[in-house]
Every structure is written in C-alpha cells, then in structure tokens.
Write a protein that binds this ligand. Structure first.
Ligand code: HEM
Length: 355
C-alpha cells in the first residue's frame, strides 16, 4: 500500500538541510531559510524543465496539429505562472537582513548559484546563444558529471529552434496569388505617406520647418522595409540585430495582424505565452539582482563574478525571443491593416488546416 511519505520521498527531502554554520559551531538561524529557499527554487526549476522539454518535443515533430498548440500554450502558461511565483518568492529570502546573511556567508565560499546546473539547462533549452552570454566560462563552474548532463540534455533542438521552425511552416502567407509581405508592404507605404502628409499639413498650418519630422518618418519607414527585403534582413541577422529567419518573423507578424480570425487565435495565444516566458526569465534575473544588491551591495560573488553588475547585465542582454518581443514595433493600426482576400479570410474561419 502506497504511503504519503514514501510516495513523496519525504524522508530524503526533509533530511537534506545541513547548515554550514552548525558544522562550524556558530549556529545562524537564517541559514535554514536560505537552504530551503534554494531547494524550493531548484524543485520548481525541475518542473519548468519538464514543461519546456515536453513543449520542445511536441513542436519539434514534423506535423503539429492545432490541438497540440493548445497543449503547448497551456504548458508554457503554466511555466509562466511558476516563474511568476519564483519571482515573488524572493520576498521570502528578503526577510533575512544583510547582517544576518553575513553571519554565515563566509562559510559558503566558493559555492554559488553560478553552479546551478538546472539554471544552465534552462538557459540552453530556451535557446540562449553562447555569444550572447555575459560570461562564457559557466561550464567550468560545474563538476564533470554536471557538465556531461548539461551537454547531454541540451543536445537536441532548443525552444527557440522549434518555435522558429513551427512559425516558418505557417500556411496562408503565400497562397492562391496572395503574398502577405506584398500587401503589408503596400499598407506600410500608405501609412507612412499618410504620416508625411500630416507632417506637411501641420507644418504649413503652424509655419514650422518639416525637415526633421519628415526625416524621422523616413527612418521609421526604412526600419519597416528591412523586414521585407531579404538582403537587408540577412544583414540584420549577420549583425546580430535579428536572429529569427525572415519567414518565421513575417509569419509571427501575420498571426499578430490577423489574430482575430479563429484559426489564428490559438497560434497568437502561443506566441504571446512565449514572449511572456522570455520576459519572466528576465524578470527573474532582474529580481534576483535587486535582492543580491540589497544583500551584498557591490561585493564580488562567491562564484567569482563581479556580482551585481554581472547579474544586471544578464537581465538586460540575455533575452532569447527579442525578435518576437520587438514585433510590436512593426504592427500597424487596424485602420491601415490590409483586408485579407475573401478566399483566405474564409479559410481562416475554420480550424481545419494543419501545419
Ligand atoms: C542571499 C541570497 C543570494 C545572494 C547574495 C546571491 C548572490 C549571487 C551572485 C553574486 C551571483 C553571481 C555569481 C557569483 O559570482 O556568485 C549569483 C548567481 C546566481 N544565483 Fe544567486 N544569490 C542569492 C540567492 C539565490 C537564490 C535563492 C537562487 C535560487 C535558485 C539563486 C540562484 C542563482 C543562479 C541560478 C545564479 C546564476 C545566474 C547567472 O549566471 O545567470 N540565488 N547569485
């Protein structure tokens, strides 16, 4: 007969807290909180990896039915709620004062969150590229068996890879004589011409020089056209300004633009959840950094990094889905959005297509 404690392996879990301060005969009351907080974070990381791994498996298949996208969305959204919970969980460790932390910090040297294998697996599974990392020597901080584990479990495609692949298979972008980019490009051109006309009209009415404002409109328009021109787009990819393929990016723009059509609502919700996950991982980094700043100020970390400055840089620079987040800069108001041809609009009403 299965028993509660056996099923949950409570004997193991509840016998896994051994404060270093006690070993040194200098009991520090807050060290138990410090250990349990880290352990619960790591348990939740395990759940996050379980959800993310399953989504990578599903999206990595050659054929992904729309019903599976709903499953993926639910799992990414669950991951988002866990990440949100973890962001809030920092308030628990902040009930410890910096002084109380100082009472046992010295005993922990050189252990550091820098050695969290699960965090590294999470970063790599998300698709954080190595050249975007603020510090590239993270593997050396791990013992041999964890390095092997990291390599082994992150061998396959990343979350970024499968999302990009799934997007690039979006139907309707180019079909029956319709090409999304052509109609969108025309709409963008009309929108900016409308902006220029407005600038000229106001300048004339107020007697102002329109040169600067017109130049700004031109710059905004040039930013848009980089999205449609394959050569310019590839230059952006080479420079690192964009990472996702042009087709996948345009597919995401198509989905965001026509999101009110029934067939695109599911994919739109999924993209939205992915963008939220990227934001929440950054928020986790940022929240951890703020907590670290309060606890140790500008001291260097026990893992040997600069501490606060390093962590803040990771929060700002190590985002994975910038391509999707920045899509909003390319959305145009619905008043300028080109109507879809009737045959495509009709097909988007029914959930009978698969990618
Ligand atoms: C008093 C509390 C804490 C302090 C002072 C602290 C301090 C630091 C510092 C200074 C670093 C940078 C690496 C280094 O040089 O050591 C770091 C990294 C890290 N910490 Fe914490 N930390 C605290 C709590 C936590 C908690 C509760 C977690 C939850 C698991 C955590 C997870 C991590 C992770 C995953 C990293 C690696 C981040 C990266 O390299 O991107 N830390 N921590």
């Amino acid at each position: 007969m299965i028993r509660y404690g056996d099923y949950l392996q409570l004997e193991k879990i509840l016998d896994a807290q051994y404060p270093e301060s006690d070993k040194h005969g200098q009991h520090a009351h807050e060290e138990m909180l410090f250990i349990i907080t880290h352990q619960t974070f790591e348990l939740w990381f395990k759940q996050v990896l379980c959800e993310l791994g399953s989504v990578i498996d599903i999206l990595g298949r050659d054929y992904v039915p729309e019903a599976d996208i709903a499953t993926c969305t639910a799992r990414v959204q669950r991951t988002n709620r866990i990440m949100e919970h973890l962001v809030n969980q920092f308030t628990l460790i902040e009930t410890m004062t910096p002084g109380e932390f100082m009472d046992f910090r010295g005993f922990l040297n050189p252990a550091s969150g820098f050695q969290s294998a699960q965090w590294r697996i999470l970063e790599r599974s998300m698709g954080l590229p190595e050249d975007k990392r603020v510090l590239r020597n993270y593997r050396e901080a791990l013992p041999e068996h964890e390095r092997e584990l990291l390599e082994r479990v992150t061998q396959g495609p990343t979350f970024f890879d499968v999302v990009e692949r799934w997007l690039s298979k979006t139907p309707f972008l180019e079909t029956d004589g319709y090409a999304f980019w052509d109609s969108y490009r025309d709409a963008v051109r009309n929108m900016f011409q409308h902006d220029r006309d407005e600038v000229m009209r106001l300048a004339k009415a107020d007697g102002n020089d329109p040169t600067d404002a017109i130049a700004q409109v031109d710059r905004n328009e040039a930013g848009f056209h980089a999205l449609f021109d394959a050569t310019t787009y590839e230059e952006l990819r080479t420079s690192g300004a964009r990472r996702m393929s042009q087709r996948a990016t345009l597919a995401a723009l198509f989905i965001a633009t026509y999101r009110h059509y029934p067939l695109l609502q599911g994919p739109y919700r999924f993209i939205d959840a992915v963008v939220e996950l990227d934001r929440l991982v950054s928020l986790w980094r940022f929240r951890h950094t703020l907590m670290v700043g309060r606890m140790i100020g500008m001291r260097i970390g026990t893992g040997g990094s600069s501490g606060y400055d390093y962590l803040m840089a990771t929060a700002v620079k190590q985002r994975v889905f910038d391509d999707l987040t920045s899509l909003t800069s390319f959305l145009i108001p619905s008043s300028h959005t080109p109507a879809l041809p009737d045959n495509i609009a009709a097909r988007l009403q029914f959930v009978n297509e698969a990618r």
